[in-house]
Design a binder for this molecule. Structure first.
Ligand code: SF4
Length: 407
C-alpha cells in the first residue's frame, strides 16, 4: 500500500529544507510569478533548482503553486516559466486557471498538474471533469465533510489531496472578495489583506451592538485534523496538506514532525487511541498561535469554530535556539539564539530524529569562551556542553507544563 503523503508549505528555502528534514514527503512553494500569496513567495528559479536537488537527496517532492487567476496581462512569460519548472524537474504544479492547465499540458511538461483548492471541488462529478481535462490530482475544497471525502475517494477517479492543518477562510475559500472590496487588494491574485480578521463595529438599525472593548471580527479557528488522520488513511486519500507558507520554521518543524510521528505510528500499529491523539494535539499546541478546531470534518461548523471577538495571535511557547552543529566526541553544541533564555534552565529539545525530550541546559559561552548570564541577542551563535539527546538541526524551546511524547 502506498503511504499517504504529508505535504508541507514553505515560504523560503530554509523553511522548505526544515519541513523535509522534519518529515514532510513533499513541500509546496510559490515562485516569484503566477502564485497566490505573492507576499509569501520568494523562490527564484535558482532557489527552486536547489530545493529540488535537496528534495531528491531526501526522497521528497517539490510542488510549485502556479495558482493565480490571471488577467490577460498576467499571462506574459508564463510559457517560459512552465518550461523552466519542467527543466528543473519539479514534481507537480498546483493550478487554478484553466488557461494555465491547458498550457502546461500542451507544452508536454513532465510534471503533474494538480487542481488547486481555489476551484472548490466538492464532489466526484467535478473530480471526473478534472480527469477529463488531463489533471493528475485534485485538492478538495476545505468545505468538504468527512463523508463527502470518503465518497469521492471510494470512486478512485484521481488522487485526492485534503487540508489537515492551518488557516481557514471565514468565507468560501477562493470565493471571497472582502479584501478586494475593503482594500482593493485582490485575494485571487495573491493580495488578501485578511480583512475578515479585522475588528468591526457591529450595527443593527443604526445601533451598535458590539461591545466597544470587544469589537466583532469574522475570523474562524484554524483547522487541526489530528483526530481524522486515521480516517483519511483508510479512505485512500493520497495527500495530507498543511497550510501556511507565511509560518515560521519553528511552527513548521513542530507541526510537520507531529503529523509525521502520528502517520508513522498508524502505519506501524493500526488503530490510534484517544491518548495518542491528545499527545499529538498537545505537541502541536506548543507552536500554535491561534485556537484550532475541526473545520468541516465534524459537519457544518458551528459558533464554536468561529472567533467572533478574538483576533490577536498568541505565542504559546517560546522557541529559544536552533542547533547548528554538534560534536558527539566532546559533546560541544553550537546554538543559534532565537529568543531570550537563561543558562541552567529547563528546556525541551526536538529534532528530525528526536521526539520532544526535556533537558536542563547548562552553562553557555560565546564563541570567545566568555560565560554568558543570559542569551538575549537573536541570531547570536553560542556554545554549550550537551550531554543528552541532540542532533544538528534540532530546535530547543522553553519547557511547557507537560512533555508529550508519542511512545
Ligand atoms: S478576507 Fe478572510 S475570508 Fe476572505 S480570502 Fe482573505 S482570509 Fe479568506
Amino acid at each position: 500500500m502506498k503511504k499517504i503523503e504529508l505535504l508541507a508549505p514553505a515560504g523560503n528555502l530554509e523553511k522548505a529544507k526544515i519541513a523535509i528534514l522534519y518529515g514532510a514527503d513533499a513541500v509546496y512553494i510559490g515562485g516569484k510569478q503566477f502564485s497566490l500569496r505573492s507576499r509569501a513567495s520568494n523562490f527564484t528559479l535558482e532557489d527552486i533548482r536547489e530545493l529540488v536537488q535537496f528534495a531528491n537527496e531526501h526522497h521528497a517532492h517539490v510542488h510549485v503553486t502556479v495558482n493565480m487567476l490571471p488577467h490577460p496581462d498576467d499571462l506574459e512569460g508564463l510559457k517560459d516559466y512552465l518550461l523552466a519548472l519542467d527543466a528543473i524537474e519539479v514534481h507537480a504544479i498546483i493550478v487554478a486557471s484553466p488557461a494555465i492547465m491547458r498550457m502546461a499540458k500542451q507544452l508536454g511538461c513532465c510534471f503533474e498538474v494538480h487542481v488547486s483548492t481555489q476551484h472548490s471541488t466538492t464532489n466526484a462529478q467535478a473530480v471526473s471533469f478534472w480527469k477529463k481535462q488531463g489533471m493528475d490530482r485534485v485538492v478538495l475544497a476545505r468545505e468538504c465533510g468527512l463523508e463527502q471525502i470518503r465518497d469521492i475517494c471510494e470512486q478512485k477517479i484521481l488522487p485526492i489531496e485534503v487540508f489537515i492543518h492551518g488557516g481557514m477562510c471565514i468565507s468560501y475559500s477562493g470565493r471571497c472578495v472582502l479584501s478586494n472590496h475593503m482594500t482593493l487588494r485582490d485575494a485571487n491574485r495573491g493580495g488578501c489583506a485578511q480583512s475578515c480578521r479585522w475588528k468591526y463595529h457591529l450595527m443593527e438599525n443604526n445601533k451598535e451592538i458590539s461591545i466597544p472593548k470587544n469589537l466583532f471580527s469574522m475570523s474562524s479557528k484554524d483547522l487541526q485534523a489530528v483526530p481524522f488522520i486515521q480516517d483519511f488513511i483508510k479512505m485512500g486519500v493520497a495527500s495530507l496538506k498543511i497550510e501556511g507558507r507565511m509560518k515560521s520554521a519553528y511552527y513548521l518543524a513542530t507541526v510537520v514532525s507531529s503529523y509525521r510521528h502520528l502517520i508513522d505510528w498508524i502505519y506501524e500499529h493500526g488503530d490510534v487511541s484517544d491518548d495518542i491523539i491528545q499527545r499529538v494535539q498537545n505537541e502541536i499546541a506548543k507552536a500554535e498561535n491561534r485556537p484550532t478546531g475541526p473545520g468541516f470534518y465534524r459537519g457544518m461548523p458551528d459558533e464554536k469554530v468561529q472567533l467572533y471577538q478574538d483576533h490577536d495571535e498568541i505565542v504559546t511557547q517560546e522557541y529559544v535556539a536552533f542547533v547548528l552543529e554538534y560534536n558527539a566526541e566532546d559533546k560541544k553544541a553550537l546554538l543559534q539564539v532565537k529568543n531570550k533564555f537563561f543558562p541552567n534552565t529547563q528546556v525541551e529539545i526536538f529534532g528530525p530524529h528526536i521526539k520532544s525530550t526535556p533537558f536542563q541546559i547548562g552553562s553557555i559561552f560565546d564563541l570567545d569562551g566568555n560565560r554568558l548570564d543570559v542569551c538575549n541577542k537573536p541570531m547570536q551563535i553560542v556554545q554549550t556542553i550537551w550531554d543528552g539527546p541532540i542532533e544538528k538541526n534540532a530546535m530547543i524551546r522553553k519547557r511547557g507544563e507537560s512533555i508529550n511524547e508519542i511512545k
